[in-house]
Design a protein. Structure first.
Length: 181
């Protein structure tokens, strides 16, 4: 009888102890997860990614300590962006950082509920990313560089530097929506 009782006590204690790590983990707050999506490759984007991490650190978030970042790099294959955006949405990330117009548009098409923070060179209103600059509305907001609008100014400066030039070549990626501008 005493062996059976000790065995029951042992199994009961073992069962209680095995639940401790699960209970402890359940009490810890889950790390927020940021989805990060970009149409390019990580290597040339490294200085910008470093600035992104620095900004997060300034507000108390450090990757792999109290924050997880899910990266998606399209490596120049713009056709991959919609699937990558859908993947981030399916993982239910807390927010999506979309770098570049193509990535921002893919994410905007994939979700109307997860907050989106974008950095895009094109006009976000004309691109349909936000309703207006002063009141973005919906789930997207971000930074705009209005780089495309500077094209005529750059051409004027080039004409001043080379007034006898008659032809100017411009290389653009037709898959980038802001190229039209």
């Amino acid at each position: 009888m005493s062996i059976c009782l000790r065995r029951r006590e042992f199994l009961s204690a073992l069962g209680s102890a095995s639940g401790w790590p699960l209970a402890a983990r359940a009490q810890q707050a889950a790390k927020p997860v940021i989805g990060f999506i970009n149409a390019t490759s990580p290597a040339p984007y490294a200085p910008f990614l470093s600035a992104f991490h620095k900004g997060l650190k300034e507000v108390g978030y450090i990757e792999d300590q109290n924050l997880t970042i899910e990266y998606r790099w399209a490596e120049g294959h713009y056709d991959r962006l919609p699937a990558m955006a859908a993947d981030l949405v399916s993982r239910r990330v807390a927010v999506i950082a979309a770098s570049g117009t193509p990535a921002a548009l893919a994410v905007k098409a994939a979700t109307s509920t997860i907050p989106i923070v974008f950095a895009a060179p094109g006009d976000p209103v004309a691109l349909g990313l936000v309703a207006s600059l002063n009141r973005p509305g919906a789930n997207a907001t971000g930074v705009n560089f209005f780089v495309a609008e500077l094209g005529s100014k750059q051409l004027g400066l080039l004409h001043e530097l080379l007034p006898t030039a008659r032809r100017v070549g411009l290389l653009v990626n037709p898959k980038v929506p802001s190229t039209r501008l």
